[in-house]
Design a protein around this ligand. Structure first.
Ligand code: 13P
Ligand code: SF4
Length: 305
């Protein structure tokens, strides 16, 4: 039988011996929090990856997140517990597709959601995450931009900044697109006093029903600080699991049982132990690509929001 306590002990011992840290995204299986040094959203995890003194970063997340950590900490070893845990949105655009998109709208700055490959980031002017997208676009102070790959996050940004035209690439997150207006309406009927908290990767018809729209950490912070007692959570299940654990005096309802990211759920404690033991699944990036991608990410980090 799988012994979680034993796994946690072994991982913590190896972390100490190898000066390693574990960074975890809040969509991970909640057992990962037992060994994670930090759990947060993409923006917080990028910042931490650029600041850590550790020699090894085990990134419990999806591929682009581990890649971002490697770009920001090129001299550290970055390990991804399950090497095939990709992001289906990031996979919707490659370097040539971005080049074609840019060619259709020449001379416009490109804002690239971090949910993208290092190749794609290397061709962008600046990156953003769901937590800072509006402020990043605003900081450019230009009338028109290209936004890739998430058309829904791009649309959300455009709605917040009526003086900026945002041309969006047609990418999307299948997990968030699976969340339908009917799902939210059904939950609202069932829990009429609950506040609706949604991620901006959802389609606009869904976010239109929300009381708050924000990143995964933004949603958790809002729920924790709110005086309200009931919430319908319109993003991936990992957020609901953590809120239920942390706020036992409040009630959290997952909008739909389809709201699960299959790739985020691939990493387990067993995989973390395995990569710490073997140091397999290391993220390697071409140096020239990494250098150019780093500029886009560091520009984002410098805009301290
Ligand atoms: P956050 O930017 O909120 O961490 O979300 C990342 C993500 O992949 C959402 O699907
Ligand atoms: Fe990518 Fe969507 Fe999964 Fe986030 S939830 S990692 S955007 S596939």
């Amino acid at each position: 039988m799988r012994n979680v306590k034993d796994l946690v002990q072994k991982i913590n011992k190896l972390k100490k011996e190898k000066n390693a840290i574990v960074l975890g995204h809040c969509y991970q299986n909640i057992e990962i929090d037992e060994v994670a040094d930090y759990v947060g959203d993409s923006l917080q995890l990028s910042r931490l990856a650029s600041q850590t003194e550790a020699d090894i970063i085990v990134f419990a997340g999806v591929y682009f997140m581990a890649e971002t950590a490697k770009i920001l900490s090129p001299n550290k070893k970055v390990l991804l517990p399950k090497i095939d845990s990709g992001c289906r949105m990031a996979d919707m655009i490659d370097l040539n597709q971005l080049k074609d998109f840019k060619a259709m709208y020449p001379n416009l700055p490109v804002v690239c959601y971090v949910n993208s490959s290092a190749d794609v980031k290397s061709e962008a002017d600046i990156c953003c995450t769901s937590a800072n997208a509006v402020q990043i676009v605003q900081s450019l102070n230009v009338p028109k931009i290209l936004f890739a790959p998430d058309k829904y996050l791009g649309t959300y940004v455009a709605n917040q900044l009526p003086n900026t035209e945002v041309v969006t690439y047609p990418g999307y997150c299948p997990t968030h697109l699976n969340i339908l207006v009917e799902d939210v309406e059904k939950m609202k009927k069932q829990y009429p006093n609950a506040k609706v908290l949604a991620h901006p990767e959802c389609q606009q018809a869904v976010t239109n029903l929300a009381d708050y729209i924000g990143s995964t950490t933004g949603i958790m912070k809002y729920a924790k600080e709110s005086q309200e007692k009931e919430f319908i959570i319109v993003t991936e299940k990992g957020v609901v699991d953590r809120l239920n654990r942390d706020c036992t005096d409040k009630k959290f309802y997952l909008v739909s049982n389809k709201a699960v990211c299959p790739n985020m759920k691939k990493n387990t404690l067993d995989d973390i132990l395995y990569v710490l033991e073997t140091e397999e699944n290391e993220i390697i990036i071409n140096e020239e690509i990494a250098k150019r991608a780093r500029q886009s990410i560091e520009k984002m980090i410098a805009i301290n929001v």
